[in-house]
Design a protein around this ligand. Structure first.
Ligand code: C2E
Ligand code: CA
Ligand code: CA
Ligand code: CA
Length: 273
């Protein structure tokens, strides 16, 4: 009836309103947390497969929300991209990661770059300033980029990527294999590293088709002269298969969870160069 129809409408309207209110509050909280220092970074080691040595770390952002506790990035990065706060947050992440890595004599750092940051016309200048300020060599910074970055304006994307490469910065194609155009991106954009998406690695040892797919990606990397990183390595069986198939780099909970900056510094001091 008309009656119940209206009731339903206002129910949805109320629910939608709640959602908008919550997003507004989270946006306010995010803005506050940015200045109050509630965001922090963890660093997950990436290992050379053959030498079993840590070569670099991936910076991963965390939010210690004052009321809600720790919020995982998948629950706030999309909102930050929507409300634009990913730009100041991303600036802070880049700065913090470069400053940390500048003290790690030789261990590189990779930083995830959101498509929204990439669209920022000042992005290249920010990276340059960041390297200058921290004193980190460009070669020790890697930017992890997903297909989304390259979707919009391919010509501009190539220009930006080449400017970054001119500073020595390395470029990694993140979540490789999950998008629609991974192969054409490899052809058209100057990547140094392919990161095989975790979904392919978690299928290794359980799904018949997983290994030939991983092997094909490794072959592609070899043929194109790119380094290949397997992310999300959780079992010894996965590690054994990746080692047998000559995957250059491995990352995952089996070797190490993401760690604090202090813990990484400790690890580095323990290992002789
Ligand atoms: P990602 O870039 O693919 O990052 C890898 C994610 O996989 C991290 O989750 C990491 O903790 C997790 N991981 C690593 N090894 C394993 C494993 O062996 N098993 C399992 N199950 N997971 C593993 P996290 O930190 O929750 O980050 C999730 C996503 O949030 C990232 O995916 C990335 O897309 C985004 N993100 C995280 N930090 C940043 C950042 O600083 N900036 C931007 N723009 N995005 C970020
Ligand atoms: Ca990543
Ligand atoms: Ca990834
Ligand atoms: Ca991912």
């Amino acid at each position: 009836s008309k009656q119940s129809g209206r009731g339903q409408f206002s129910y949805f309207a109320a629910e939608m309103n709640d959602k908008i209110m919550l997003q507004r509050k989270m946006t306010e909280d995010m803005r506050h947390s940015l200045t109050a220092g509630h965001f922090f970074l963890e660093y997950q080691p990436r290992f050379d497969t053959r030498a079993r040595q840590m070569r670099s770390v991936e910076a991963l952002v965390r939010w210690a929300h004052p009321e809600r506790g720790r919020i995982p990035p998948c629950d706030f990065i999309p909102l930050a991209e929507q409300n634009g706060l990913i730009v100041p947050l991303g600036d802070w992440i880049l700065d913090t990661a470069c400053e940390a890595a500048a003290n790690w004599s030789g261990i590189g750092v990779s930083v995830n770059v959101s498509p929204v940051q990439f669209r920022d016309t000042k992005f290249v200048d920010k990276v340059r300033d960041c390297l200058r300020r921290s004193g980190l060599k460009g070669e020790l910074l890697e930017l992890e980029i997903t297909e989304g970055v390259l979707l919009e304006d391919a010509e501009r994307a190539i220009e930006v990527l080449n400017e970054l490469k001119a500073m020595g910065v390395k470029l990694a194609m993140d979540d490789f294999g999950t998008g629609y155009s991974s192969l054409s991106y490899l052809r058209n954009f100057p990547f140094d590293v392919i990161k095989i998406d975790r979904s392919f690695i978690s299928d290794l040892g359980t799904r018949e088709s997983a290994r030939p797919i991983v092997q094909a990606i490794l072959g592609l990397g070899r043929a194109l002269g790119l380094s290949v990183t397997a992310e999300g390595v959780e079992t010894n069986e996965q590690l054994a298969l990746l080692t047998a198939d000559h995957c250059s780099e491995i990352q995952g909970f089996l070797m190490s969870r993401p760690l604090s900056q202090a813990k990484i510094s400790e690890l580095i001091e323990k290992v002789p160069e």
